[in-house]
Design a protein. Structure first.
Length: 62
């Protein structure tokens, strides 16, 4: 699943997004340039909730 995270704009943001997904047991491939995160093996609701708790809005795009 690929999510758009439009307010992820710097290296610190990238690290926070990765940490939020790791906290719920996932692994993320983060593209700071595209403002996208690829995550497999977790339900959409879990990922979106983890990112929201970290301060980032996310929308599934693929």
């Amino acid at each position: 699943m690929i999510l758009s995270v439009p307010n992820m704009t710097c290296g610190h943001c990238k690290a926070k997004v990765e940490a939020a997904i790791q906290e719920v047991g996932g692994k993320a491939v983060v593209s700071l340039e595209d403002h996208e995160v690829e995550v497999n093996g977790l339900p959409e609701s879990t990922i979106v909730a983890a990112l929201k708790a970290a301060g980032y809005e996310a929308e599934v795009i693929a």
